[in-house]
Write a protein that binds this ligand. Structure first.
Ligand code: FES
Length: 190
């Protein structure tokens, strides 16, 4: 019988711990749960672009709250990935204005080019396709969000091809919140 070793419990890096401490310090001690959203962003950036149950448990432990309180939030918001993802997560808006401007065709084109269906990662591991609701850039529909970057007016195959080609040229590693310029509002204000 093969000896079994328990997988190592995830741990935040020292830089992440310092950032977490800074964020938590903004709230009264009894309200540390208010830091949950930014901590999940940090966890997602630290642990490969998704938050496994073990990572969610780590967030709960860090905030001294029950794991279920983290699961409820992580499963509610589409910006948290609950399974492993590719190097680039393409969030395709499918709400009315984007749909009227061709998001169905855009999605079909992306599926053909990447070999991944919505909800899947491409065989080369480069792209994960997700459908999301309004990205608040309706005037530039159809829109795809990749991390903090918006790709707009993707209503021609050429525009989609250019986006993929740009992304393929980027060497991606998770960008940690404290390294990023142009942080999401949730991280700037919390
Ligand atoms: S409907 Fe797509 S950005 Fe608003």
């Amino acid at each position: 019988m093969q000896p079994t070793t328990a997988p190592a419990k995830p741990q935040f890096s020292p830089a992440a711990q310092a950032e977490i401490k800074r964020i938590i310090s903004r709230y009264p001690a009894e309200r540390s749960k208010s830091a949950l959203l930014p901590l999940l962003h940090i966890a997602q950036a630290e642990f490969g672009g998704w938050v496994s149950p073990e990572v969610q448990d780590l967030v709960a432990e860090t905030l001294n709250i029950r794991p279920i309180e983290v699961y409820e939030v992580a499963t509610f918001y589409t910006m948290y990935n609950l399974k492993p993802v590719g190097q680039h997560v393409l969030e395709i808006c499918r709400t009315g204005p984007c749909m009227l401007r061709g998001s169905d065709e855009l999605t079909a084109h992306l599926e053909r080019l990447t070999g991944a269906k919505v909800g899947e990662t491409s065989p080369d591991g480069h792209f994960t396709l997700k459908e999301v609701e309004c990205l608040a850039a309706c005037g530039f529909a159809p829109v795809v969000q990749v991390r903090e970057q918006y790709y707009e007016s993707l209503d021609t195959p050429e525009a989609v091809d250019a986006m993929l080609s740009e992304l393929r040229g980027q060497i991606h590693r998770p960008i940690l919140p404290w390294e990023e310029t142009g942080l999401p509002t949730s991280l700037q204000n919390n």
